[in-house]
Design a protein around this ligand. Structure first.
Ligand code: NA7
Length: 544
């Protein structure tokens, strides 16, 4: 049996959040150990290796800002980095800051239990390590728990099955194969054109038509990189302190209906040409006012009709079930045009659901589709999935799975009452999921880092969310979501993509800037709403 090691901080996950948290912990003079299920760093970008995988935020903004040297030295090659480049960047960061020596790969955290008498966490790993730590920090990611639907007969399929979020490390060759792709979220939308370019035939099984905007991806020139770099102080400041979603994009000063139809159209047209997610930032009410949203949604539907030649296919690809942006918008390269290829077909599994998968294909209520390779682009048990996979037991043995059975309960998305010294990066109740993830990650890591320094400076042993503050926060998260159009979609923001998952709006819809300010105010007011315990009190409790 292995001996028990002790660390100040145990960090779960070595994606962008875990890596920066490790770096920050070291800066604070804390001993830290990261446990990572994968064989390398990078999180999302380690696992999601599917063809076409690419970031939907511009690379020069979807990158760390905490190190001036790092942001000046790294050359992003394209407007939107592809997965291999993002993974190289993650590896570069790990090497540059010497992180690997404190990361244990191929290791899951199975269980974490709070020992109230000693004020420490006992952590058990999948490879038999027993570790204790004062703090456990979950850097488990928003979209990391892959969802493979349990479709009848799936085990009988004779061909290869892949999930976009568990893609093999070796390239998959689709040449001469009949490929079936299930799922038309960002992953399916990105993979479709690439697979179609290789496969003998691609059948896309669509349950919900999604809004997708052209990326207009392109190589970055030296001059473009230089311009952005020299403007970094303002770009980063804006993203943190002023932006809605952590992206440097002008803030709208009017609603869509405040402009004439002609002006509005011209703005939509110009944004369509610019490409990318900036669409939702054209007006300040696109996610609040259905009539405003309809103008943008209709514009995108028209574009789809213009691109897709077959009328029936175009109709099927036009999203009608939800407002634009109520599900995360996809950003694509030639997605809709791919359906003009003779080797691509679209199957509507909303009208004709999949009944069964057999050895040689997929049977829908409408008929059989012969398939050699099945690709599941069916998404994730988002935001809470990877947290709740760990058996977490807080004060008096309370299980987090039980506490969150009707939906997650946190204060600021950062801590949950009854689970002292357990922090969550990009947790439920924070804006993460709706934002530029790296901006949210940096904000959380820095807030947690400041909090750990505060505890040390004041000889405080434990901190946890107060029940009342948590209740108020959960109510606020629900209230602000209910004033938007988000709840009108069956999205992963709502937990609606996972059978049996409680339907609760998971992220905090307010802007990145406002949320950051709330977190800063809470800290400045002596961690208002949190309950802390002094070193002496804990020692006394242990003695009784
Ligand atoms: P998403 O966006 O959750 O998309 C998953 C897709 O898979 C979506 O079209 C789903 O349809 C479909 N799906 C899920 N389960 C099923 C079943 N059982 N049968 C048929 N179709 C199904 O995941 P992605 O990986 O594409 O993207 C996740 C995020 O990564 C994205 O938002 C970006 O932020 C980056 P549905 O819409 O639920 O009807």
């Amino acid at each position: 049996m292995k001996s028990t090691k002790h660390f100040d901080v145990v960090i779960v996950g070595a994606g962008f959040a875990g890596m920066y948290m490790l770096h920050k912990s070291r800066e604070l003079g804390l001993t830290a150990r990261v446990y990572e299920a994968g064989g390398g760093v990078g999180g999302t970008w380690y696992w999601n290796r599917y063809p076409g995988a690419r970031c939907d935020i511009e690379s020069m903004q979807y990158s760390y800002s905490f190190s001036e040297e790092l942001q000046q030295e790294w050359d992003w090659s394209e407007r939107y980095a592809a997965q291999p480049e993002l993974l190289s960047y993650a590896n570069h960061v790990a090497d540059r800051f010497g992180l690997r020596s404190d990361i244990q790969f191929d290791t899951r955290i199975d269980r974490a239990e709070f020992d109230g008498s000693r004020g420490i966490w006992r952590v058990a790993t999948s490879v038999g390590d027993a570790v204790t730590a004062r703090f456990v920090i979950l850097a488990t990611g928003v979209l990391s728990s892959a969802q493979l639907p349990m479709i009848k007969g799936i085990d009988s399929f004779a061909g290869d099955i892949y999930h976009t979020a568990r893609w093999p490390h070796e390239p998959v060759d689709f040449t001469g194969r009949r490929v079936g792709l299930i799922g038309t979220g960002s992953s399916g939308v990105q993979a479709t054109p690439v697979i179609a370019g290789q496969a003998d035939h691609l059948t896309v099984f669509q349950r919900t038509a999604n809004f997708s905007l052209p990326a207009r991806n392109a190589k970055l020139t030296d001059q473009q990189r230089q311009e952005i770099r020299s403007n970094y102080p303002e770009i980063r400041r804006f993203a943190r302190e002023q932006s809605r979603t952590g992206v440097y994009v002008p803030l709208p000063d009017r609603g869509a209906l405040d402009d004439s139809e002609q002006t509005r159209r011209a703005k939509y047209e110009a944004q369509w040409e610019r490409g990318g997610l900036g669409f939702l930032s054209l007006y300040n009410d696109l996610l609040r006012n259905r009539a405003s949203n309809d103008t943008a949604a209709e514009f995108v539907r028209e574009k789809i009709a213009e691109i897709v030649e077959d009328e029936r296919t175009a109709k099927l690809l036009q999203p009608t079930t939800h407002p634009l942006g109520a599900k995360r918008i996809c950003v694509d390269t030639d997605y809709f045009a791919t359906f003009n290829r003779p080797n691509v077909s679209l199957v509507d599994i909303r009208a004709n659901p999949i009944e069964e998968i057999g050895p040689d294909g997929v049977r829908t209520t409408e008929g059989d589709h012969k398939i050699d390779v099945l690709v599941f682009a069916t998404g994730f048990d988002a935001i809470t999935g990877s947290v709740l996979k760990i058996d977490i037991r807080g004060r008096d043995g309370q299980r987090l799975q039980e506490k969150w059975a009707d939906g997650p309960r946190t204060y600021l998305g950062l801590m949950s009452a009854g689970f002292p010294n357990l922090f969550i990066i990009t947790g439920p109740g924070s804006p993460a999921g709706l934002t530029n993830a790296i901006v949210s990650i940096e904000q959380h890591v820095e807030w947690i880092g400041d909090c750990l320094s505060h505890l040390k400076a004041h000889d405080i042993t434990t901190i946890e969310a107060g029940r009342e503050a948590e209740d108020e926060w959960v109510a606020l998260v629900n209230e602000v979501a209910s004033k938007t159009l988000y709840p009108l979609a069956d999205s992963w923001f709502m937990g609606a993509n996972i059978p049996g998952k409680p339907r609760v709006f998971l992220p905090f819809v307010e802007s990145v800037a406002r949320y950051r300010q709330i977190c800063l105010d809470v800290a400045e007011q002596g961690y208002r709403g949190f309950v802390t315990n002094g070193a002496r009190q804990v020692r006394k409790a242990a003695a009784t």
